[in-house]
Design a binder for this molecule. Structure first.
Ligand SMILES: C[S@@+](CC[C@H](N)C(=O)[O-])C[C@H]1O[C@@H](n2cnc3c(N)ncnc32)[C@H](O)[C@@H]1O
Length: 298
């Protein structure tokens, strides 16, 4: 195991992290060098860029100079050298997750929202996240105010997650994002955790460790793409003292709304993954039935 070096920094007076891409409250802020901007063309196509003095964005419709964006207010319109118009906005978390550099598959925005609620994430929650991948879930947790310790098997993915997270939330977030290159199946070093979140192929190897690391009543949430994986996890959970398990799938059907043509879109993301949540039993684990099932699991 090894800790990934970070440049920790304190939160500013508003509780927001300083730095590029940070989400400050209040008045409009002009675009500055180092932050991410989304250019949206007339057909709704999105292009993510990181602003730098002298930089250029090249498209089939000509060139957009970064210098022409620096200092502009959000939601300004800019033109390329060939006259194409682009709306310039800061990317939302959902937009960034879909556009950012990825190594591993990210958790889709449609699942990130429900996941935050299933895990009941709150500001200051002590969270262990295992399987950082590209850092999409880390971003959602950190922006909701959690304190995150992240375990990731691969050093390159750990570095990618940190770079994506700081690119969005700023370097200051590293004061509450601690990443270790480490196998969660071998154990969890933390104690009295509020939440354990697992996005990796065989979470059942980690549930005993999660049970020991969570405080009584703490919540484990796992994200899994296939039914056999969900079955194996659900079998392991009560044996490790977890209760109140539930598994859901989130379906999102976008609609086409244009004049009189109002109908579901022809295409949708048909399947991403299943979300399973359960509560650490603590003393309540003694209420488990003999077959290891909680009488109140769904
Ligand atoms: C699907 S990706 C996670 C994506 C991430 N949740 C996101 O939203 O960007 C799964 C990650 O789990 C990591 N992983 C697999 N087994 C692991 C283990 N035993 N301990 C820690 N990380 C593991 C993989 O290297 C991979 O980066």
């Amino acid at each position: 195991m090894s800790a990934v070096p970070s440049a920790g920094a304190a939160l500013d007076a508003t509780g927001q992290e300083a730095g590029s891409g940070s989400r400050g409250r209040g008045a409009a802020r002009p675009f500055v060098a180092g932050e991410k901007v989304l250019l949206v063309d007339s057909k709704g196509r999105r292009h993510l860029l990181t602003l730098r003095p002298g930089g250029q964005f090249h498209t089939h419709a000509g060139v957009v100079d970064h210098d022409g964006l620096l200092g502009l207010e959000e939601a300004s319109t800019v033109r390329s050298s060939h006259g194409a118009r682009y709306l310039a906005v800061r990317p939302t978390l959902a937009e960034l997750v879909l556009e950012m550099p990825r190594g591993a598959q990210v958790i889709y925005p449609k699942d990130l929202g429900p996941l935050l609620i299933m895990a009941d994430i709150f500001p200051g929650a002590r969270v262990l996240e295992a399987g950082l991948g590209s850092g999409a879930l880390s971003m959602a947790l950190l922006r909701a105010g959690a304190d995150v310790t992240g375990y990731e098997l691969r050093e390159d993915f750990a570095a990618r997650a940190i770079s994506n997270v700081t690119g969005f939330l700023g370097e200051g977030v590293l004061g509450r994002y601690h990443v270790e290159v480490r196998d969660v199946y071998q154990g969890i070093g933390e104690e009295d955790l509020d939440r354990v979140l697992l996005d990796l192929p065989e979470p059942w190897h980690a549930v005993q460790h999660a049970s020991a690391a969570l405080r009584p009543g703490g919540i484990l949430v796992s994200y899994l793409p296939t039914v056999p994986q969900v079955m194996a996890l659900r079998e392991a959970l009560p044996k490790a003292g977890f209760a109140l398990a539930e598994t859901i799938e989130v379906l999102q059907r976008p609609w086409h709304v244009e004049g009189q043509s109002v109908r579901p879109e022809h295409r949708m993301v048909a399947h991403t993954g299943f979300l399973t949540a359960a509560r650490s039993g603590g003393r309540g684990a003694s209420h488990m039935t003999e077959d290891g099932r909680s009488p109140t699991s769904r």
